[in-house]
Design a protein around this ligand. Structure first.
Ligand SMILES: Cc1cc2nc3c(=O)[nH]c(=O)nc-3n(C[C@H](O)[C@H](O)[C@H](O)COP(=O)(O)OP(=O)(O)OC[C@H]3O[C@@H](n4cnc5c(N)ncnc54)[C@H](O)[C@@H]3O)c2cc1C
Length: 286
């Protein structure tokens, strides 16, 4: 099918983009980033935006920098940019590992990190990364700008705290300390498919014990999130099979899994048990 008719806008600056968004948001005007989620839904007429504000010509949104201890990812930075480490230390390595699981090569070349956040598919890998690391986003509109923390950003399935007239300008991920251990694991039925469950674990080891543990789960619930019960099972404990199994069991008990006609809640719990333990095992080997 062909999309419904729309008007196309091509701003050159962030200010132009937010002025345009203010004008068209009430008529379901949308930002067009990589188009890898929006365009298929338009083709199926599941979305019929009357205006598209294409941000690909806004050079300022293509920046990928390190500032104030954060990796700062502009709204037009593609998934493919993360194929090789984009920053020193464990964060660059982690992102290079995670990106291999996102869709397929052509989609990674067009789709954007921030577009994934704005789209907020519960199974999007970058959403899990933002939640696990307590990242934040900068949102701008003609009314001003605000920083939204990951825990306040994701509201549910494909629902975020962004208002219709807000542009997600950049995402910020805190750099990980050099001695951080980070591991990611996901299960999907075929390579390139969205994950049915995935987990990201990060911790440091001090005096033989895990400290500052982070354990987040995505793809299983309506939004990715850190699981405090699992983190408590890791905190102050020696890394190893017993601790990883205890954390995985705690995560499995704590989640409220999504269900669909193919995947039951029980199946997703089983997957979380497996992906959580494997993410922690990968962290131990990182
Ligand atoms: C076959 C296939 C498989 C896929 N598999 C995966 C996968 O395994 N994992 C995964 O994470 N993703 C997957 N995707 C989705 C892909 O990663 C998309 O690139 C991503 O979801 C959206 O990014 P985009 O830049 O293409 O956004 P677009 O499609 O341009 O936009 C998506 C939505 O976000 C809004 N938006 C985008 N950018 C902004 C912004 N800066 N500010 C405000 N709103 C904005 C748009 O208005 C739209 O509503 C897959 C897609 C396809 C087609």
């Amino acid at each position: 099918m062909k999309p419904a008719a729309f008007r196309y806008h091509a701003p050159k600056t962030v200010d132009e983009a937010v002025v345009l968004l203010a004008e068209v948001a009430a008529e379901d005007g949308r930002v067009l980033a990589g188009g890898q989620s929006l365009v298929p839904t338009m083709a199926f007429r599941l979305a019929k935006p009357s205006h598209l504000v294409d941000i690909n010509g806004v050079a300022a949104l293509n920046r990928l920098t390190v500032a104030d201890g954060n990796l700062v990812i502009g709204a037009c930075v593609r998934h493919a940019a993360f194929r090789s480490p984009v920053c020193a230390g464990p964060l660059g390595k982690l992102l290079a590992d995670v990106v291999r699981h996102i869709a397929h090569y052509p989609i990674r070349n067009r789709g954007t990190f921030c577009g994934s956040l704005a789209h907020a598919d519960p199974a999007a890998e970058w959403c899990l990364v933002l939640a696990a690391l307590d990242g934040e986003v900068l949102a701008k509109s003609a009314r001003g700008e605000r920083v939204i923390k990951a825990r306040d950003f994701f509201k549910g399935i494909m629902t975020t705290a962004l208002a219709d007239d807000e542009l997600l300008v950049e995402a910020r991920l805190p750099l990980l300390p050099d001695d951080a251990r980070a591991g990611f694991y996901e299960f999907s039925r075929r390579v390139g498919d969205f994950a049915l469950a995935m987990a990201l674990g990060v911790y440091r080891v001090a005096g033989g014990k895990m400290v500052e543990p982070r354990l987040a789960v995505g793809g299983a619930e309506v939004k990715p999130r850190r699981i405090a019960e699992a983190e408590r099972a890791l905190d102050g404990v020696a890394p190893g099979d017993a601790a990883f199994r205890a954390a995985a069991a705690a995560a499995t008990a704590a989640i409220d899994p999504m269900e669909d006609i193919v995947n039951t809640a029980e199946f997703r719990r089983d997957l979380v048990l497996a992906v959580t333990r494997r993410a922690l095992e990968r962290a131990a080997k990182s």
